[in-house]
Ligand binder design. Structure first.
Ligand code: NQM
Length: 384
C-alpha cells in the first residue's frame, strides 16, 4: 500500500454480509498477533464504543458490530480454513471471542476464496471450516462458476432467500456435526431438560438451559409477562420486560456454570410460544440485551434441538416437526419462527434415540459488500 499518511494506516479488509449479520473480515496475518493489539484495531475499525459507531464501520447494533479473522487451516488438521469470530458492541469496548456466530460463518469461505486461501474446485466448492472460538467444524458449500476471465470465483447472486435479508442471493449451505456444549461444556449443562430457577423480583421460572452451538435460556414468553408475538422494537422499548429477562439471565448464567454473565454476550435469551405461521415453534431472541430481528444460526439450531427434546420448555409449546426417514437416517425439519419470518433447520436424529441430534443443516447467503482497506490510527499497528 502506497498510502503514507502520518497518523492513519491501512489494514486490508473485506466488508461482508454473512447471513443476517455484517462486519469486516481480515486475514489474520494482517492484524496484530497479540490479543490486546488485535482488539484495539477491531474497536477502531468498528468505531466502538459509540452507540452510532459514527467513526467506524459498525452499524449501531450488535448484529453489525462483528468481525471475522480468517486463516488457512493448519496442515494435517483436516480443516481448510479456520476463523475467529469477534463480537463487539456499539456501546462498550468489549471484544468477545467466546461464542459462535453461524451467520458470520456464512461469509468465511467466500472470504477465503476471495483472498486465495482456498482454490475453487468446480461449479460449487466445499470446504471444512473450523470456528476457533468453540472448536465447531462446519462443512460449507458455495457457488463458484467460471468468472469473466475464465477463472472460478464466488458467485453472490442467486435465487436463495433467507428471512431477515432483502432480496435473493446464491445459497451458502452449512452442515454442522456435533456442536453441543460450545460454551457451556455440554448440551444440558445442569443435567436437566427443564429447571425451575428462582429469579429476584419475579419468582420461580421454568427454563430449559441448553447449548447446541449457542448457550440459550429457553423460556415460555408468558413467564416474563410477554405474549411472544411482540416486535423486536416493542421488546427493546419495554424496560420492565427487559429488566425481568436480564434478571433471569444472570441467575441462569450461574446455573449453567458460566459465572457472572453481566458483561458477557451469552447466554442468549429465547422467549418461546406456540407457532402461528405453520412452523414448529415461535421465538423472540435477545442477544442478550437487544432483540434479534430474526434469530442467530446456532441459536436456531439450539432452539430446534430443544423442540425435539421431550420435557423441554420448547417441546411443550411446539407443533411436532415433520420427520422423514432416508438411507442416511431420520431427519426432522424444524421451522423456527422469528420476527422476520422462519428459519428452517434440518436435524439428523440418532436412530436409537430420536431425541438426540447428531447433525444439523441449514441455508444461508452472503455477499461481498466492499473490498479495500480499513484505516486505523497508525499507533495501533506500530505497537504490535
Ligand atoms: O447463533 C447473533 C447472529 C447471531 C449469532 C447473536 C449467530 C448464531 O444472528 O450462530 O448467528 O446471537 O448474537 O449473527
Amino acid at each position: 500500500h502506497a498510502i503514507t499518511r502520518p497518523d492513519q494506516s491501512p489494514v486490508p479488509c473485506l466488508l461482508m454480509r454473512g447471513g443476517t449479520s455484517r462486519g469486516p473480515f481480515f486475514d489474520a496475518r494482517d492484524l496484530p498477533a497479540d490479543t490486546a493489539g488485535r482488539d484495539a484495531v477491531l474497536l477502531a475499525v468498528l468505531g466502538s464504543p459509540d452507540p452510532l459507531q459514527v467513526d467506524g464501520l459498525g452499524g449501531g447494533h450488535p448484529l453489525t458490530s462483528k468481525a471475522g479473522i480468517v486463516a488457512p487451516g493448519a496442515p494435517g488438521s483436516g480443516v481448510d480454513v479456520e476463523w475467529t469470530f469477534a463480537q463487539l458492541q456499539p456501546d462498550s469496548d468489549q471484544v468477545d471471542t467466546t461464542p459462535n456466530c453461524g451467520n458470520m460463518l456464512a461469509a468465511v469461505l467466500p472470504f477465503a476464496i476471495e483472498t486465495g486461501m482456498v482454490t475453487p474446485t468446480g461449479d460449487t466448492t466445499t470446504a471444512r471450516v473450523l470456528t476457533r472460538n468453540t472448536g465447531a467444524v462446519a462443512e460449507i458449500t458455495v457457488s463458484t462458476p467460471a468468472g469473466l476471465d475464465g477463472r472460478r470465483c464466488v458467485r453472490y447472486g442467486g435465487d436463495a432467500r433467507i428471512d431477515g435479508v432483502p432480496g435473493t442471493a446464491a445459497p451458502v449451505r452449512i452442515g454442522f456435526l456435533d456442536t453441543a456444549g460450545s460454551v457451556a461444556g455440554s448440551l444440558l449443562p445442569t443435567g436437566n431438560v427443564r429447571d425451575t430457577v428462582e429469579v429476584p423480583g419475579l419468582g420461580p421460572v421454568d427454563v430449559t438451559l441448553i447449548d447446541k452451538g449457542q448457550p440459550l435460556v429457553i423460556l415460555d414468553a408468558r413467564s416474563v409477562g410477554a405474549s411472544g408475538a411482540e416486535s423486536p422494537e416493542a421488546i427493546d422499548a419495554d424496560e420492565g420486560l427487559r429488566a425481568r429477562i436480564e434478571a433471569l439471565r444472570i441467575v441462569a448464567g450461574h446455573a449453567m456454570g458460566l459465572g457472572d454473565v453481566t458483561d458477557r454476550p451469552y447466554p442468549k435469551m429465547t422467549l418461546v410460544s406456540a407457532p402461528s405461521r405453520g412452523g414448529s415453534i415461535s421465538t423472540r431472541s435477545l442477544i442478550p440485551r437487544r432483540t434479534h430481528r430474526s434469530i442467530g444460526v446456532l441459536a436456531a439450531v439450539t432452539a430446534a434441538t430443544a423442540v425435539v427434546l421431550p420435557g423441554s420448555v420448547a417441546h411443550a409449546l411446539a407443533t411436532a416437526p415433520p420427520v422423514v426417514t432416508t438411507e442416511a437416517g431420520s431427519e426432522a425439519t424444524v421451522g423456527v419462527e422469528h420476527p422476520s419470518g422462519e428459519f428452517s433447520v434440518t436435524l439428523g436424529l440418532d436412530p436409537d434415540d430420536p431425541a438426540r441430534v447428531t447433525r444439523s443443516a441449514l441455508l444461508r447467503t452472503a455477499r461481498l459488500i466492499m473490498a479495500g482497506s480499513a484505516m486505523v490510527p497508525s499507533a495501533l499497528l506500530e505497537e504490535s
